[in-house]
Design a protein around this ligand. Structure first.
Ligand code: ATP
Ligand code: MG
Length: 198
């Protein structure tokens, strides 16, 4: 599977709805400094609920709304939609493992979308909702689904600027934790820790 499209509406520097197609394999995004390349990665972290552990570059969620639209006393909505492409064989393989691939009416079998909407009210308060294939869900439900695709909040599916230098300056125990995470052991260690807490 791969991410085939990221659509941003009023998210950070993207004032109007912008659809960014990503190719299977390798896609390079190039552009001048400050043109919004890293904002696309921020959008991915935002939509997939990975921002908490990965440190998206914004102090508060409302800062993510495009400034041209975020006027005081006006309600404004920003959203990011991430579309995953799943090959038919992948869908079949997952189903045979008992993993349900939710698909909305009329949608291609091999398409799976995650959307997150951020709504800032006239009072400046905000709400945020996640959707899987158009159906609202909470963050833990989303994480549960993403885990089936081996996408983890603590994982290295998204490698950010600074991650590499971070790894170089780690001590051996911290580096071992990364290997545990990549090997999939980390998930079980967390489950053990949670069970011990209870
Ligand atoms: P570099 O090559 O320097 O890494 P980049 O292409 O990665 O640059 P980004 O960091 O993605 O650039 O984009 C930064 C731009 O996004 C800045 O110009 C900043 O003003 C703009 N920006 C960030 N948040 C908002 C917002 N809420 N509304 C409008 N613009 C925003
Ligand atoms: Mg950048």
């Amino acid at each position: 599977m791969y991410i085939k499209n990221v659509e941003l509406t009023r998210f950070k520097s993207f004032g109007s709805t912008t659809s960014i197609p990503l190719l299977q394999g390798f896609t390079v995004v190039s552009g001048p400094n400050g043109s919004g390349k890293s904002n696309i990665l921020d959008a991915l972290l935002f939509a997939l609920g990975l921002a908490g552990s990965k440190g998206m570059r914004a102090d508060r969620l409302p800062d993510l709304v495009n400034q041209a639209h975020s006027k005081k006393g006006r309600m404004v909505e920003a959203s990011v939609t991430v579309t995953f492409a799943l090959e038919e064989a992948e869908v079949t393989a997952m189903q045979s493992e008992g993993i349900e691939i939710p698909t909305a009416e009329g949608q291609n079998v091999g398409e799976w979308t995650v959307m997150r909407k951020l709504r800032v009210t006239t009072q400046g308060t905000y709400t945020s909702t996640y959707y899987i294939n158009g159906t609202p869900c909470n963050l833990s439900e989303l994480h549960e689904q993403l885990a089936k695709f081996r996408i983890y909040p603590e994982g290295y599916n998204v490698v950010l600027q600074g991650d590499v230098t971070g790894i170089i300056s780690m001590n051996s125990r911290e580096r071992r934790e990364i290997i545990d995470e990549l090997a999939g052991v980390g998930e079980f260690d967390r489950k053990i820790a949670t069970a011990k807490d209870k």
